[in-house]
Design a protein around this ligand. Structure first.
Ligand code: ZN
Length: 396
């Protein structure tokens, strides 16, 4: 059993040694004498939980900077969909490889993805020793139609690839209520329930979507999915920008995971703001996501936390609207708990942690590391990323 010791690291404001073996945290104490195979001197480092990027389309790193400054519909139809028509498994591998490297830099070993050929993404996630929920995409409108039959083919191939790799979970991922028919949305949920899968969908992102839902179904998008019995503890809803009070009540009750994607929402000008405070006060579960790089344009979870917090304060004209710790928890603890993945640095837990470099100017001044992480630092502060007890990234 190989052992890794992190010496003298700051953990919750105190200097500690951390001993990791067999993927788990074996010991945390002031001084650990026990020998190890590998040692990290932590005197200039702080240990913190890892980040979870809960909504992205990883291989879209291929489209970074393409179609900037356009509204969602025009961006999709004139820039993204024509490019996606030309995608191949080989291109997906290329884009995914870039995305995985960028995620690791951001202290993020786990992501929730929705993109073509997830079986190709899975092979690379395994190679990089990372984890994720890989969504089998499903879309009935637009030039690139991914039918039920194609989704099934992808699903069975993906299932085979991840069979012996528990850090990858599978989702069925219908694109949105305006691109997938009612019958297929329900079919996807039944299929997810039968096969023990998550269900990942874009929801209530734009005003046009709300208009579509009310005109076609006489319901808000949230009411519509609730009526179809799709919302539950295995459902992940990206965006949730345009919500009414009745929607908030439903979402809090169903305990689905809502993913706040502030940069993408601002960049695509969706004309609304994720109601963080009202959702949080209703006990809804909130996570954070970057969305794809084509609408962000990076995968920096630290930048996402800052933008997410500032947007709330600015929009609601209240600096106290959201606290640094709340957005930090949306990026770490809440998604981990939702997924039942250990992400607290304590004895007996899986060793999932980042070590950040406190010698950087960004950490000067006050002593509150969470404040510096949210408001000052960017992803260059992540010196080590440890996932399932292994160092999977180290900044030189
Ligand atoms: Zn998205």
């Amino acid at each position: 059993m190989k052992k890794l010791k992190i010496k003298n690291v700051i953990l919750n404001g105190k200097r500690k040694d951390i001993l990791i073996a067999d993927g788990k945290i074996l010991k945390i104490s002031k001084k650990i004498k026990e020998k190890s195979d590998c040692e990290i001197e932590g005197k200039n480092l702080a240990a913190l939980p890892v980040f979870f990027n809960m909504h992205t389309h990883l291989a879209m790193t291929l489209f970074r900077g393409i179609g900037d400054d356009l509204p969602l519909k025009r961006w999709l139809t004139t820039k993204i969909w024509p490019k996606e028509l030309l995608l191949t498994p080989e291109k997906i591998r290329k884009g995914t490889e870039i995305g995985l490297k960028e995620l690791k830099k951001s202290g993020c070993p786990f992501f929730c993805d929705m993109y073509w050929w997830p079986q190709e993404t899975a092979k690379l996630v395994i190679k990089h020793k990372m984890g994720g929920i890989l969504g089998v995409p499903f879309i009935g409108k637009g030039p690139l139609i991914f039918s039920k039959r194609f989704a099934l083919k992808n699903f069975f191939e993906l299932k085979k690839v991840v069979k012996n790799y528990p850090s990858i979970k599978i989702a069925i991922a219908p694109h949105a209520i305006y691109t997938v028919s009612k019958n297929n949305l329900v079919w996807a949920k039944d299929f997810a329930r039968k096969n023990n899968l998550y269900y990942h969908i874009h929801l209530a992102e734009t005003k046009e979507e709300i208009k579509f839902s009310k005109e076609k179904y006489g319901l808000t998008p949230v009411e519509f999915l609730d009526k179809l019995r799709i919302l539950d503890e295995e459902t992940i809803l990206a965006h949730c920008v345009h919500l009414e009070e009745k929607d908030i009540k439903i979402l809090a009750r169903r305990k689905s995971l809502l993913v706040y994607c502030p940069t993408s929402n601002m960049k695509l000008g969706v004309c609304g703001v994720f109601p963080f405070r009202r959702l949080k006060d209703s006990s809804a579960l909130i996570a954070l996501g970057t969305d794809g790089v084509a609408s962000n344009n990076n995968l920096d979870m630290l930048e996402e936390m800052k933008i997410g917090a500032l947007l709330q304060k600015h929009h609601f004209c209240r600096p106290e609207e959201i606290k640094a710790r709340e957005i930090f928890e949306a990026a770490t603890k809440i998604p981990a708990n939702f997924l039942k993945i250990e992400n607290e640095i304590k004895k007996g837990n899986l060793a999932n942690l980042i070590l950040v470099d406190l010698t950087l100017e960004e950490f000067s001044g006050g002593k509150d590391i969470i404040s510096h992480l949210v408001y000052s630092a960017n992803y260059n502060c992540v010196k080590y990323l440890i996932f399932n007890g292994e160092i999977i990234y180290q900044r030189n």
